[in-house]
Design a protein around this ligand. Structure first.
Ligand code: RP5
Length: 172
């Protein structure tokens, strides 16, 4: 992508990439310029502060931050920037069962929100970021509308398939 990134995707480790790349892929599908890198709250704290401090002036509109275990990255970035931060809890190698990641990202104190998606739900984080961009960009908004229409069509196709096999009095 040669356009200035609008969404920043960061993760605590490159071991998070197999989950986080779904956010990058859906944003690229929506034609939204992104950047993606590793920023660790615990291993590179000063890099995290610098990333969050410079994010807005570098043109970003939304940050997606993924981490696992003691997942402090999204909340710490949200404590520094005024950009909306979407948190992706990741079930990682240092995660007990995923709840540790979820609760570390979800249970933020009043005043510092992180929009937390489901465990490993980087694709939803990408869609939510696109929806935020879409509030001020007609093409993006149209692309999301088309995507949602497609989701609906897929379900209706499945309804048709089931109709061949099972009775359904709700014929709409
Ligand atoms: C977290 O620790 C990272 O976000 C990752 O989910 C987890 C494990 O990191 P590695 O030990 O694989 O680098 O900070």
């Amino acid at each position: 992508m040669d356009k200035a990134p609008l969404v920043g995707i960061v993760m605590g480790s490159d071991s998070d990439l197999n989950v986080m790349q779904a956010a990058a892929e859906i944003l690229q599908q929506f034609n939204i310029p992104i950047e993606l890198t590793v920023v660790s709250a615990h291993r590179t704290p000063l890099r995290m502060v610098d990333y969050a401090t410079t994010a807005q002036q570098r043109g970003l509109k939304v940050i997606i931050a993924g981490a696992g275990g003691a997942a402090h990255l999204p909340g710490m970035i949200a404590s520094i920037t005024t950009l909306p931060v979407i948190g992706v809890p990741i079930k990682s190698s240092n995660s007990i069962d995923g709840w540790d990641s979820v609760l570390s990202i979800l249970q933020m104190p009043n005043g510092v929100p992180v929009a937390t998606v489901a465990l490993n739900a980087a694709k939803n984080a990408g869609i939510l970021a696109a929806q935020i961009i879409g509030t001020s960009n007609k093409e993006t908004n149209a692309a999301i509308h088309a995507y949602k229409t497609l989701l609906q069509e897929e379900v209706l196709e499945k309804v048709e398939t089931l109709k061949q096999k099972f009775f359904n009095s709700y014929d709409r």
